[in-house]
Design a protein around this ligand. Sequence first.
Ligand code: SF4
Length: 247
Amino acid sequence: MTRPRKEPSPQERLKNWLSILGPDALIPHTPPPLTASPMASTRDVLQPFSKKNKEQILQAISERVKKCRACGLYASRKQVVLSDGSPDADIFFIGEAPGAQEDHQGIPFVGPAGQLLTRIIEQGIKIPRNETFIANILKCRPPGNRRPLPEEIQSCSPFLLEQIRCVSPKILIALGATAARFFLKTQAPMRSLRGRVHQVLGLPLIVTWHPSYLLRRPEAKVETWRDIQLAMKVLEKRNGNKGARAE
Ligand code: SF4
């Protein structure tokens, strides 16, 4: 008779994970495939990890990012910009890259666009910003806030994917075209990507406007409002109709 295979304990899995993410890990990495897989969703893989375990994993990622020179942006950064929020968040926002204020403070979305994002979260979703998780595709600021180059996205995005796997959220929200196109591997216009639920990494993904765009075009805020409502409906469904707070 074959004995059932012994599952590794959460501690053993954490040890394995940290050894994979260790400071000697090679950069750049090959990003894992961005395919929907109900059999191996990020939540299934990491569910046993406690908040403390996740903090350790995020710290390990942070140490590697601080040493990273995988693209030319390391030369002009004041500091790296990792993330903001809770490792136990259900909602994971993804932006493009740090701007000047983020580069100065080391926290994503702290300038005027960040303040707008905070209002979207706190007035639209009705939870404190620090109960979500916020990160960018790039961890270093592109000079003059230019758009990230494809090779910079390729070099840096594995860190984001590791953050997503660690946090294991219930929904991803892509802020702006760069984040949306990264996940969906398309050059389609934003208007055709918004307003529906995509699936990536075994998770639902909602696309909405970047807060910087909303500062330039306030009339688009109503569309972001609809996107957030859609995200809340998806989250409510995943939570078994408990926990949606958007109105
Ligand atoms: S942007 Fe990303 S890949 Fe480039 S140096 Fe910074 S951390 Fe490394």
